[in-house]
Design a protein around this ligand. Structure first.
Ligand SMILES: [Zn+2]
Length: 160
């Protein structure tokens, strides 16, 4: 499985991570419905974690808006990104434990979301983690090699 990312977006992620340092930055990864493994747009969101030096929590308002947009357009939320100020691009134990929570938060108050999520297949399954001047993409899977939750996926950088 390969995720396509433009060189512009790649650099943008590194810049956001640098600007947020020593805090973690975070945000949403969008694709178009017919090209689910091609990053179409990145959206930086507020990190509302109590301790943003060590954790990230995407602003629920952003998730709520994303959920609505997800259902009313060609844009599909395929995942999230965040940075690790310690430079590691591997999911932390806390990241593995948080899998699920991030998306559950966006489902609050709307029972129809569950069926929508299955419609779009990989929604929310892709994580990009930014370290110091580098990044790695991960796919949420059953029995993954990282804490049983994630496997690495290859990023294909497109010059753009
Ligand atoms: Zn993390």
């Amino acid at each position: 499985m390969i995720l396509s990312l433009s060189s512009h977006d790649y650099n943008q992620l590194l810049i956001w991570a640098k600007q947020a340092h020593p805090q973690e930055c975070c945000g949403l990864i969008w694709a178009k419905k017919n090209e689910m493994m091609h990053v179409d747009k990145l959206e930086l969101t507020k990190n509302i974690a109590n301790n943003p030096l060590k954790y990230f929590e995407i602003d629920p308002k952003s998730l709520f808006d994303a959920n609505r947009k997800n259902r009313s357009s060609d844009d599909v939320l395929i995942g999230i990104f965040h940075s690790h100020p310690n430079g590691l691009t591997t999911p932390s134990y806390q990241d593995a434990m948080a899998v699920g929570d991030v998306w559950d938060a966006s489902d609050v108050g709307d029972a129809s979301d569950a069926s929508d999520a299955s419609d779009v297949g990989v929604m929310g399954d892709i994580w990009i983690i930014i370290g110091n001047g580098a990044l790695q993409a991960w796919m949420r899977v059953e029995n993954g090699e990282i804490f049983g939750k994630f496997n690495p996926i290859i990023i294909n950088i497109i010059n753009k």
